[in-house]
Design a binder for this molecule. Sequence first.
Ligand SMILES: Nc1ncnc2c1ncn2[C@@H]1O[C@H](COP(=O)(O)OP(=O)(O)OP(=O)(O)O)[C@@H](O)[C@H]1O
Ligand SMILES: [Mg+2]
Length: 226
Amino acid sequence: MIEFRDVHKTYETGNEALKGIDIAIEDGEFVFIVGASGAGKSTFLKLIMREEVATSGEVVVSNFKLSKLKKRQIPYLRRAMGIVFQDFRLIDTMTVFDNVAFAMRVVGASQREIRRRVPYVLGLVGLQDKSKNFPPELSGGEQQRVGLARALVNNPSLIIADEPTGNIDPELSYEIMELLTEINRRGTTVLVVTHDHELVKSFGRRVIQIHQGLVVSDSKEVPHEI
Ligand SMILES: Nc1ncnc2c1ncn2[C@@H]1O[C@H](COP(=O)(O)OP(=O)(O)OP(=O)(O)O)[C@@H](O)[C@H]1O
Ligand SMILES: [Mg+2]
């Protein structure tokens, strides 16, 4: 469960990115976050990841009150999250296998667990045959699927994706969204920021629209302008 209670975020520059967000997202939901550039979408996600801290109000993520979260507790919060980046953020000098394994190594998984789990998630995203390749040898869509595998490998209860399809073509975008839908069907909560109106329309999920730091619509209807 994610809850925002009258959340404001003003950056040090005086920029008011969020101006009073009240929203609840239940476990197991699939939610699109839409809105114009600068609306506050990434800020919204960064507060959930505790990459930024709210200026006032409260953000609650799986029973953690983030305003009261101690620095040393942040890894526990993050462990329950898988994050997919628009620009993939893979390590080009590591194989596909090692890019995914790395996420397990940092949380202290054993070699045995890694050998069992990594091929399984690479299979889920259809990349079992690419495990020995390096990211520059893959297409954009394949690289994004490695990013997705890495986000999934620690079995998170929440996946956060900030424009995961921003750098890939429409067909592959659809494929990535299908994968996220499948992951959601297995019980993981999924939050996706996207500018892709067609994608949002074709998936028919809850859509939260942010405009100038406020939620201006929240429904299964696709807003007119995103
Ligand atoms: N680190 C920062 N310091 C100061 N201002 C910031 C910072 N990050 C974002 N902002 C400002 O906060 C507002 C919201 O930014 P945010 O990145 O959340 O928008 P967005 O909806 O994700 O936009 P985009 O679609 O372009 O990614 C913008 O006015 C932006 O300039
Ligand atoms: Mg953004």
